[in-house]
Design a protein. Structure first.
Length: 285
């Protein structure tokens, strides 16, 4: 099996062309290619598949083998993969995911994609769909006791729960302490949650650090950046168009007046290689 490791200014994923090769036992395969089992530093596995309703279909799997709905960074890198690997010559693409169809606009220089703008659609605020344990319709700036402190948390979703916490100095905040405590607070988040720790620098600039459920701190997260801008602009802390600085780089986020969310930034290959997965495939026979 040939795979490509890609980084989209945040998450690292293993991308596999599932158009030209047949794969079985996907849950076990996802575990195998994750950093926990194979050591290639992956946040998960992305399959690029044919689609009857879009240009391509993306299936994304977490390191524990479970299938996820979507990830903004993963979708953006799909655009670079299919163009640079000559699976398409289109620069505007529709990608089918479990969370719906998303649109990509590719910037191409010298035959290579250098930037990707993705419309990841509208965020979900419904507290029952996020899901959050509350009788309120929305969960915005709610006081929650976490360990030795009380924080104001806000949650929304693009298919998986994302929670943002605003702090004064994000780089010196103890993410390793409070990240897992918030993620695993089942009294508030019955389905666990990703946690974005955000510092509002000014109306057009935010800094974040991201705690991803099941993984730990990552160098970035596109939907985490988007969550920070959506909530910050809703509260009047920033404008709807904002740059978000994460450890992996800066993403441009636009929360449009119609509620659509756009993220723009580069993506790059880390390496390409082949691995023998016959022992995994054989388990299905």
């Amino acid at each position: 099996m040939r795979f490509t490791k890609m980084q989209a200014y945040g998450n690292d994923y293993v991308y596999i062309d599932a158009i030209n090769q047949k794969l079985d036992n996907l849950n076990e395969l996802a575990k195998f290619v994750s950093n926990r089992h194979f050591g290639i530093g992956s946040d998960g596995m992305v399959l690029i598949c044919p689609s009857d309703v879009a240009d391509f279909k993306m299936r994304i799997f977490n390191p524990d083998g479970t299938e996820a709905e979507m990830c903004g960074n993963a979708i953006r890198s799909v655009g670079k993969y299919v163009y640079d690997h000559k699976l398409t010559d289109k620069t505007t693409l529709k990608i089918e995911t479990l969370g719906g169809i998303k649109t990509l606009d590719l910037t191409v220089e010298n035959g290579v994609v250098t930037n990707i703008r993705a419309n990841i659609s509208k965020p979900i605020f419904d507290a029952k769909l996020v899901p959050v344990n509350t009788d309120k319709e929305k969960f915005i700036m709610e006081s929650v006791k976490i360990l030795d402190q009380t924080f104001k948390l806000s949650s929304l979703s693009w298919g998986n729960p994302h929670t943002v916490l605003f702090v004064d100095d994000v780089m010196n905040f103890d993410v390793a302490k409070y990240g897992p405590a918030i993620e695993n607070n089942r009294e508030v988040f019955p389905n666990r949650t990703n946690v974005t720790f955000a510092e509002v620098v000014n109306k057009n600039y935010i800094k974040i650090r991201e705690w991803e459920r099941g993984t730990g701190e990552t160098i970035g997260c596109g939907t985490g950046c988007s969550t920070a801008v959506v909530i910050a602009s809703t509260l009047g802390l920033t404008d709807r168009k904002c740059e978000v600085e994460q450890i992996g780089g800066i993403l441009e986020i636009e929360y449009a007046d119609n509620g659509e969310l756009y993220m723009k930034g580069p993506s790059h290959f880390v390496f390409e290689s082949e691995i023998d997965v016959s022992h995994i495939i054989e388990k299905t026979k």
